[in-house]
Design a binder for this molecule. Structure first.
Ligand SMILES: [Zn+2]
Length: 324
């Protein structure tokens, strides 16, 4: 390993199917700039080049005071961090793509990749962790549902990089079909996509009220309708929260974490998002000493929506290359 100067830059990159977000951190993990650009999906190599240009523009935000030391990237899908290869990133059209080799050749510094939700989990642990918890789970809820777990201060990866993939745990074998090919996976029941499907089903069953007026029909709209007092929307919010509460119980029991952090667009409903989850935990507590011991509402919280935890976590991952 080359010797690093006392002062240097780290760049963290959160690569999404729509946008690429970056953050520039110094050696003390203080931020000196962030930017977001559109993802170039015109070809596999152009996607990489677009990211490289974003990294260069990010470095320019910091001026010439320091030299780049390492780059970390969070990428959706299945990653092979040991070999620096993106195995499957469907939305980015990358299959067995040697991203680390390409970026290392261009920037001449160590680069590291990891699954985007695991990187965001590291971001929560390092930058959105007021109690300094060493054991925590992060659940990202969007079009799908994915989780990351930190145990004893270490990101849990597992043999295939799938540790904590609760989104595809089968909850209802007769439930809706899932993108993974199974039926009734957790994400088909509680993701933002599931909220929209539930609303469609409620409308088809004759629900009136605010849902009828939602165009387009979005998860956010359903949560807003519930907040405004719409009964059908509230039923959906309650059903989703109850289902999620049962699965979060499994997460807590599987990993014995100090905190469970929820992130993603729907969680911006804040306390209203947490309320039905906590209500179900309290129902379980009424008859169970185990539930009273482990399902404490104070371990649940919403991730800081103002910080791009994916990009920050990726920069923290880059820092680990240097700290090692
Ligand atoms: Zn599935």
């Amino acid at each position: 390993m080359p010797a690093f100067p006392a002062q240097y830059w780290l760049v963290g990159v959160d690569v999404g199917g729509t946008t690429v977000s970056t953050v520039l951190l110094d050696e003390s993990l203080h931020a000196h700039g962030e930017l977001t650009v559109d993802t170039d999906l015109s070809s596999a190599d152009n996607t990489m080049l677009g990211i490289a240009h974003a990294i260069e523009a990010t470095l320019a935000l910091g001026g010439g005071a320091r030299r780049l030391a390492a780059i970390g990237l969070g990428i959706p899908g299945q990653q092979d961090p040991a070999n620096g290869i993106v195995r499957i990133a469907v939305n980015l059209h990358w299959y067995d793509y040697p991203l680390v080799a390409r970026l290392t050749a261009r920037f001449g510094v160590p680069c590291v990749i990891e699954n985007d939700v695991r990187v965001a989990t590291l971001g929560v642990y390092r930058f959105d962790n007021p109690a300094g918890d060493q054991d925590l789970a992060y659940i990202s809820i969007g079009t799908g549902l994915a989780t990351g777990v930190i145990l004893e201060g270490k990101l849990l990866r597992g043999r295939h990089g799938l540790a904590g993939e609760f989104g595809h745990v089968i909850v209802d074998p007769d439930g809706p079909p899932c993108n993974c090919g199974a039926r009734g996976c957790l994400e088909t029941l509680v993701s933002a996509t599931a909220v929209v499907r539930r609303a469609r089903e409620a409308l088809a069953a004759g629900a009136g009220g605010a849902l009828v007026a939602l165009s387009p029909l979005t998860a956010r709209g359903v949560y807003e309708a519930a907040a405004a007092g719409d009964a059908a929307a509230q039923q959906i919010v309650d059903d989703v929260g109850t289902e999620l509460a049962r699965s979060l119980r499994s997460v807590v029991l599987a990993y014995d974490v100090d905190s469970v952090v929820l992130g993603g667009g729907v969680t911006r409903a804040g306390d209203r998002y947490l309320a039905p989850i906590i209500a179900e935990w309290r129902r379980q507590q009424a008859t169970s000493a185990l539930a009273r011991a482990v399902l404490r509402p104070e371990i649940l919280r919403i991730a800081d929506p103002t910080r791009n935890l994916g990009a920050w976590g990726a920069a923290a991952l880059a820092a680990e290359l240097i700290e090692e």
